[in-house]
Write a protein that binds this ligand. Structure first.
Ligand code: HEM
Length: 378
């Protein structure tokens, strides 16, 4: 129920031990006036600082303002604790240059080299309406009502300046970002996040997560890049697959989560190990072999995804899956090569479908009340 500090050198919601719920939202900027956008970023920052502390979005609050005016908070979080709420902002490539090639806000020359639209991967079934966006906010909290309240109030404050392009609810984390957290399970029933980049690995975070001065641009130093992929999981098909096949696809046991051929969850995978049949214990196209840093020039990701179930699809199946989020220092050198490999070879592809995509530059943290989201950019 406690509050996560909002101010700091880094944005919260990245290495913060993962909360249980997600409301992710992407916005399109509808104004062409730079001052209006910067004004909104200031308003948003103040509201975010308040809401993450468990306060109303505005200073008058849901019921403290003039009765004849709409309240400056929508009210559904009244009486609820901060619930570990974090709000993490990111800027999409289209903010710097829109689809028509226009530099609406005079920042095209400040776009980081690392912020490129993701390529199309084999098998992608991307829906444009739930992809991209000029800005994104990741709201994570231990109470879904608190996460939804935060996103709703940011959208309300953005009226006339931004409009909601798409949003996604997630329940149940599918990763761990701290060694203190137990590894949760995804909707295939497997532990997910065992070999994630964790908050305690500070040297690895500097190498794989945070943008260093040497990478630039200066406004992104101390920031990172978010990749989001909504991945539909065909759970009904998966559920008709044998346990042996499921474990072979992942490369780990379903119960304990240990790498095949070893015992415990945190045992190192031994890719040279052979079974009694002379075949590798972990198959050549097992998910954890394909995604392993040793097969990807050492690339690691900080994964921070959530399960979703958006009702059913009208064909007798759950519309379920994994809302994949990864943070990394350079998507083109980390997420992209790993996903190229998975998209080509992963047997798991028979059971999943990538339906949305997004990439966003997440600036460094807001250090004090006189700074705001994007202050280093604008
Ligand atoms: C590991 C499931 C998509 C990258 C794992 C593990 C599971 C899993 C069960 C083993 C436990 C662990 O170490 O976390 C899934 C499912 C996916 C999916 C169900 C889709 C619905 C992806 C995508 C990427 C990715 C899109 C990145 C492009 C990784 C990495 C590891 C991993 C880097 C750790 C590999 C290692 O170092 O051993 N995944 N995954 N996964 N996955 Fe995925």
């Amino acid at each position: 129920a406690a509050a996560v500090p909002f101010y700091g050198d880094r944005q919260a919601g990245i290495t913060t031990p993962m909360q249980d719920h997600l409301h992710f939202v992407a916005f399109d900027v509808v104004t062409t006036k730079r001052e209006q956008l910067v004004d909104l970023l200031q308003t948003w920052t103040a509201a975010a600082a308040r809401m993450t502390a468990g306060l109303d979005a505005g200073t008058l609050g849901a019921v403290g303002g003039a009765p004849e005016a709409p309240p400056d908070d929508t009210g559904e979080a009244l009486g609820l604790p901060p619930s570990g709420l974090t709000l993490t902002v990111g800027f999409g490539p289209s903010l710097f240059r829109d689809a028509a090639g226009k530099d609406r806000f005079g920042i095209a020359d400040r776009r980081p080299e690392a912020l490129q639209e993701l390529p199309r991967f084999p098998g992608d079934a991307i829906e444009a309406g739930i992809s991209g966006g000029d800005l994104c906010v990741q709201a994570c909290a231990n109470d879904p009502q608190v996460a939804v309240h935060a996103v709703r109030n940011l959208a309300r404050l953005g009226m006339g300046v931004v409009s909601v392009r798409w949003s996604q609810l997630g329940f149940g984390r599918t990763s761990a970002t701290s060694r203190a957290q137990a590894t949760p399970r995804n909707l295939f029933g497997f532990k997910d996040g065992t070999r994630n980049l964790k908050a305690e690995e500070t040297a690895a975070l500097d190498e794989h997560l945070w943008v260093p001065g040497a990478d630039g641009p200066a406004w992104m130093v101390g920031g990172t890049y978010a990749v989001v992929r909504k991945i539909r999981m065909l759970v009904e098909t998966w559920d008709r697959t044998s346990l042996t096949e499921q474990e072979a696809i992942v490369g780990r046991t379903k119960g304990e989560g240990g790498p095949l051929g070893r015992t415990n969850e945190f045992d190192e995978a031994d890719f040279a190990l052979q079974g009694a049949d002379g075949e590798p214990a972990i198959g050549e196209v097992a998910h954890i072999r394909l995604a392993h840093p040793s097969n990807n020039q050492g690339a690691r990701l900080l994964r921070r995804g959530y399960n979703f179930v958006d009702g059913s699809d009208g064909l007798g199946r759950l519309n379920a899956g994994l809302f994949f989020i990864s943070y990394q220092r350079h998507p083109g050198r980390q997420f992209v090569p790993v996903q190229q490999k998975l998209a080509r070879h992963d047997v798991m592809n028979e059971y999943i479908r990538h339906v949305s995509t997004g990439v966003y530059a997440c600036p460094p943290g807001v250090r004090a009340a006189d700074e705001h989201w994007g202050a280093t950019l604008f």
